[in-house]
Design a protein around this ligand. Structure first.
Ligand SMILES: *[C@@H]1O[C@H](CO)[C@@H](O)[C@H](O)[C@H]1NC(C)=O
Ligand SMILES: *[C@@H]1O[C@H](CO)[C@@H](O)[C@H](O)[C@H]1NC(C)=O
Length: 329
């Protein structure tokens, strides 16, 4: 009786195991991929048994499709102050006082990348505009769960609508999970193993629970506008105002990115739209790249960052960047 039960149990477990195997996370796929690609290197970022639902669930940006509608910003009088565009640029080095620029965060089991990319760039821009006086994270929690016009919280959103929210509603401060930094710290735990369920029924909280001495209403910071960037104004925009949000199409090989300049491999298949924060650019082995900060923890990629080919609209990235100018009082 016991033996039959155990046999049945192992059959069930084995079939669950087999159906869960995501082919592009397996060592054989990564090995094959490394033979094919030339500008970047692949490796294991996720355990091979990570469920596909979790991986797809991280991709919550509708920014690539929405970009066509604009509004676009092309000219800005402040761009005139620039004398030349450097061949390489890293916002972390240019604005050393602004620690938020290089902070690597973790979405957890939630498609809130659109909120990380936008609020992250907004935090950095506020720090730059105040010459380091403001150097805190703004709240991904408020944006993800209180901005109803932005989309669907953990199920994805529109970066342009997030900037719109900053200009009309504003955004409070809020640090990382389990921190008491700022008004509304992120309340979604990091995804450590497959026991953490997908975030559900998260409510919009309109009262500071992190640092409870902060006044919720007064803590809101604003932008004056919300716009897309045309490919030829991206560098000027970053040099004048700081990091921007960037959306792009994620193909399965991207999950295995470790270093170098990412270029989609020939057989990679499309999985969804993702939003990140652009902090610079450069040229590596003659390939121009954008430098970006992801929100998949610092164990992912190049200590949480990655490079992607610049100037060829790789995965739609050159045409799907958004930003806004912070208001300082
Ligand atoms: C991509 O497809 C080609 C043609 O089917 C095949 O030869 C190659 O091995 C594939 N590469 C990978 C990494 O799967
Ligand atoms: C909490 O907020 C107050 C008011 O902004 C600030 O003075 C204080 O340093 C904060 N406390 C912590 C622990 O961050």
């Amino acid at each position: 009786m016991m033996a039959r039960f155990l046999m049945l149990l192992s059959v069930i477990l084995l079939s669950a195991y087999l159906t869960e195997q995501v082919h592009f996370l397996q060592p054989e796929y990564i090995k094959k991929l490394n033979k094919e690609i030339s500008t970047w290197e692949a490796g294991e970022n996720f355990p091979p048994d990570t469920p596909i639902e979790y991986l797809k669930g991280l991709l919550g940006s509708h920014g690539v499709e929405a970009a066509a509608k604009g509004p676009f910003k092309t000219k800005d009088y402040n761009y005139n102050s620039l004398h030349h565009i450097p061949e390489s640029f890293d916002a972390r080095k240019k604005w050393k006082r602004c620690k938020t620029i290089g902070v690597i965060r973790d979405q957890g089991n939630c498609g809130s990348c659109w909120a990380f990319g936008t609020s992250g760039a907004f935090s950095d821009r506020l720090c730059i505009a105040t010459d380091g006086e403001f150097d805190e994270l703004l709240s991904v929690e408020e944006l993800t769960f209180c901005c109803h016009s932005c989309g669907n919280g953990c199920h994805g959103g529109y970066p342009i609508m997030a900037w719109d929210y900053f200009s009309t509603n504003g955004l409070v401060t809020g640090g990382g999970y389990d921190s008491q930094q700022g008004c509304l710290p992120y309340y979604v735990p990091p995804y450590l193993d497959d026991d953490v369920p997908e975030e559900r029924n998260h409510r919009c909280v309109e009262k500071c629970y992190g640092n409870t001495t902060i006044d919720f209403k007064e803590d809101h910071r604003y932008t004056s506008d919300a716009y897309y960037l045309t490919p030829d104004s991206i560098q000027e925009e970053v040099l004048v105002y700081g990091p921007v949000e960037a959306s792009f199409k994620v193909y399965n090989d991207f999950f295995n990115y470790k270093s170098g300049v990412y270029v989609k491999s020939a057989n990679a298949t499309y999985l969804g739209g993702h939003a990140v924060k652009l902090i610079g650019w450069g040229v590596e082995n003659e390939t121009p790249y954008w430098l970006l900060v992801n929100s998949w923890n610092e164990n992912w990629g190049d200590q949480g960052t990655f490079k992607i080919r610049r100037g060829t609209n790789e995965c739609g990235i050159d045409k799907s960047m958004t930003a806004g100018v912070p208001v300082i009082d």
